[in-house]
Design a protein around this ligand. Sequence first.
Ligand SMILES: NC(=O)c1ccc[n+]([C@@H]2O[C@H](COP(=O)([O-])OP(=O)(O)OC[C@H]3O[C@@H](n4cnc5c(N)ncnc54)[C@H](O)[C@@H]3O)[C@@H](O)[C@H]2O)c1
Length: 266
Amino acid sequence: MRKPRLEGKVVVVTGAAQGIGFGISEMIADEGASVVVSDINVEKGEAAAAKFREAGGKAIFVRADVASESDCAALMQTAADMFGRLDGLVNNAGWYPRSGLEQTTTEFWDKIQDINLRGPFYCCKYAVPLMRAAGGGSVVNMGSINGIQGLPNLVAYASAKGGLLTMTKTLAGAYARQRIRFNYLIPGWVLSEGEIALHAANGHSLESLQRTGESLTLGRHQTPLDSAYAAVYLLSDESVQVTGTVLNVDAGASSLPIQSADLYVG
Ligand SMILES: NC(=O)c1ccc[n+]([C@@H]2O[C@H](COP(=O)([O-])OP(=O)(O)OC[C@H]3O[C@@H](n4cnc5c(N)ncnc54)[C@H](O)[C@@H]3O)[C@@H](O)[C@H]2O)c1
């Protein structure tokens, strides 16, 4: 019988109540990890953890706002207290409303940085000592094509995801000797709940969004599963020699000409 790829590992996933984080959590629970589902949305987060348990997985929900240092510290400690160790962290919580340079207020800039960059910093800061105690660990930072080549209407978000890329490489160097790995995963265009809501607010129906899928480089929008396969690899011992890298699951979007650039919000 095939051995689950994450058996015995304890993994925290932020922003796991829906979208890509939900998909990653579901797959890593299925691969034998004990999953700490974390989010600010308590109702959906609790429901997600319950669903993974009903399917035979090990999962709990912990409410944490990644913009809060004390929440992130408590989240990591709860994971270790509940499951005895901490091996993995997926810094997935993110927020990506659009704004060009001249429309971006200080408050908007700060909120985007708080969720997309300061949050992963806090989570790494409090996960690392626990991973060191476990003899090593793996951190997956959810990146974006915007972290490499930002779109004009995502100035603050692109800056945050670019900072997250540099943080990933910096920490990979800083903690390699302690066997704590840091990698940057770039999803393609996923029609997550957040993505659909953002486009609905801008007058784009789900049907019109779905039609754009056929024009994308590999012929369809992505699902959370596409990122989840990559996250399982990065969290597992299969990638034990992989750190400081970018795992690009963007369907060629960063290599090939950008399509539907007015809609793509990464
Ligand atoms: N959807 C895409 O096409 C796409 C593409 C590239 C990168 N990404 C990245 O993938 C990640 C997930 O995106 P998604 O599309 O699934 O988003 P989503 O909006 O569907 O889900 C995000 C989750 O994060 C939670 N969250 C928001 N703020 C939080 C906070 N302060 N603390 C804790 N949780 C918080 C939300 O409640 C929600 O459950 C993000 O980092 C995003 O930048 C998404």
